[in-house]
Design a protein around this ligand. Sequence first.
Ligand SMILES: Cc1ncc(COP(=O)(O)O)c(C=O)c1O
Length: 408
Amino acid sequence: MSILSNDALTKENKGNALAIGAEARKAKALDNSIIDSTIGMLYDEEGKFFTFKTVERASCELSGREKYSYGATCGTKEFHEALYHWIFRQYYDEFKENTYLGCIATPGGTGAICNTFANYLEDGQKVLLPDYMWTNYIQVAREEHLGYTTFHLFDSEGNFNLSDFEDKCLSLKEEQGRIVVVINDPCENPTGYSMSYTDWIGVVEVLNRISRDSTPVVLIYDMAYIDYDKRGFDASRNNIRLFEKLNDSVLTIMCFSGSKTLGLYGLRIGAQIAIAHTEKDIIEFNTANDFSARGKWSGASTLGQNIIVKVLTSFKDEFAEELEYARRLLINRADAFIEEAKSVGLKHLPYSCGFFVTIPVDNPLKAFEDLKKAGLYVLPIQNAIRLTLSSITLEEVKRAVHIIKENI
Ligand SMILES: Cc1ncc(COP(=O)(O)O)c(C=O)c1O
């Protein structure tokens, strides 16, 4: 007989990125030639943790109250406004005119995903996830008493699989009469795939077809890596603009990550941002999600919110330049990976930009163990291994390609 409940007895953080990352860091501390390509944080070319100077400056300039006081559960108005301006950019006025917006500050993008999973499905229903995904979605779903099912992210040509996306949406509509679907774009984790404008038009058309009879649909737009899109700020914002065209019964909830955009990983700050087409939906969004936030974490970090407000208002241009530099670090590593992989004949899934690249393998756990012995830590995932470009230097990227080629 255990003191844990029967349900809790089956809970264990096994093989996840944080646990493997901790093991890799320990190994690297003992032998610096080991490559730690596990955790999704950005490091510079000297192998040091990358900190945005504007973020540091903003943090130093805040008063005690601005850093440590309690705030409202949903976050401050200034935080909401700063994020709206950053995310919608030149389209903000248009969104204000044509839609209803709501925002809840959360502990990271993870908090935004938790709240959304919690409030738009009944217990036991399923969320729709891509087959190549950030696997923590599954753990969050479990915590919120939900199941999941997947759609194929790619078709046989390596393009976005719109047809399977539609089929799986239709099956869920039939099964449970409502749909909550996650799309992580651009720079998808773990593949680095970014959807085109045409792919997004297709998604909007599918969701509009499915919700024509007022079936409730929630599109969770996990935008964790949005500011690392190598096409620049405009490409991703043009895609977001398409959400204005969704039907009244489709609610878009964007999950913003302060970890990725501003490198505030450990501070745990993010936001759940809703785009609704009726006032009723946004009132309900604010009420239910404010309640969940209070019940789960009470309030998000005041320090995190105020750093973000200062950086995105007082230091915006300088911060954008720093982001450009960070993007360039990733592009250089990705170019080196692709060139080296091509030269040795190492296959990888379609990649466009971002922190990660994915290599299909038959036995991911064996590959993980073999690569570990050869001095390379990667993340084993379903049918593949994930190499993290953000945490390794150019020299390590090239070395990693050869280690993989020789050991799997
Ligand atoms: C795809 C994706 N979404 C969301 C998150 C959540 O990040 P955080 O909670 O730190 O903002 C991550 C983190 O790795 C991620 O990779």
